[in-house]
Design a protein around this ligand. Sequence first.
Ligand code: FAD
Length: 305
Amino acid sequence: MLRQALLAASRSGGARRVVETAPFTRDVARRFIAGETIEDAVRVTRELTGEGLLVSVDFLGEDTLDRKGTGANVRRYIELLDRLGAARLGARAEVSVKLSAIGQPVDESLTLDNARRICTAARSAGTAVTVDMEDHTTVDSTLGIVHELRRDFPDTGAVIQAYLRRAEEYCAELSYEGSRVRLCKGAYAAPDDVAFSGKEDVDKSFVRCMKILMAGKGYPMLATHDPRLIDIAGALAVLDERDADAFEYQMLYGVRPQEQRRLAGQGAQVRVYVAYGEDWYGFFMRRLAESPGNLRLLARSLVGR
Ligand code: FAD
């Protein structure tokens, strides 16, 4: 119930004004984002890669509804990739892109052109793009765009949300040689006929999907903070004889940082998803919906503690 309410609030202009202007919420949001500027993103990326972690940087600009804003978001990505290229981090620092930031709500062919421009900049920087998955109504369009992008940029990452009832089918389709696939639980509100809503059902689907990806020919990117699922991933790697460099764990910046370092210390590849930008509201509300701990953090900040 609370999760649904927070996810609904993540799309509400009224709730947005309240949260964005409330004292201290920006400070709490800072726990999950690198900062508001490109310098913040590059600084945090350098720190994390310096510690042996991998990074995927996301510029926060989802749900951009006009062409001008879309073009500005593309330029921000290109500038970011120039900076990452100059830092010579190669594939240790990739970028994650939400298609709703680069035209999907406006025009699909504009989105594809914009995504190609970002992929071209990523290639020049020696790295790649992963296309985030958003609301369930956009899944087919997003997978279609990833398919098109992979013709010229085969290293483009796809994302599958385990809460989707069709998740296993998507994983099987994407389990081919060279295919980079991020598996996550899914962070958006979705109706019952499209997605599982109970935690146990979502977790079981995640395990089934993980089995397909780990046994398949692609490159699995397992995005979860869930200790049980992380253990199962480790066991599947042994079972499927996957070397440590043949898959990666992914976690969000600010969430279970010690676990990120513990896994990396054991020789695993761990990629940290680093979001930055001024438009942090939607991203922040989804983090609150995920964890009672995150919500307590906000509550404490609101009462000034
Ligand atoms: P949860 O069910 O939220 O948590 C399971 C357990 O993990 C908890 O019981 C706890 O033990 C631990 N845990 C979780 N959060 C915390 C915390 N804050 N502090 C301490 N322990 C915690 N979603 C999309 O819809 N599309 C995307 O493209 C997408 N990309 C993502 C990329 C990355 C790298 C990651 C990590 C997530 C992404 N997500 C995306 C979000 C994802 O779908 C989940 O909403 C989010 O990861 C929470 O799910 P979870 O697997 O951590 O499990």
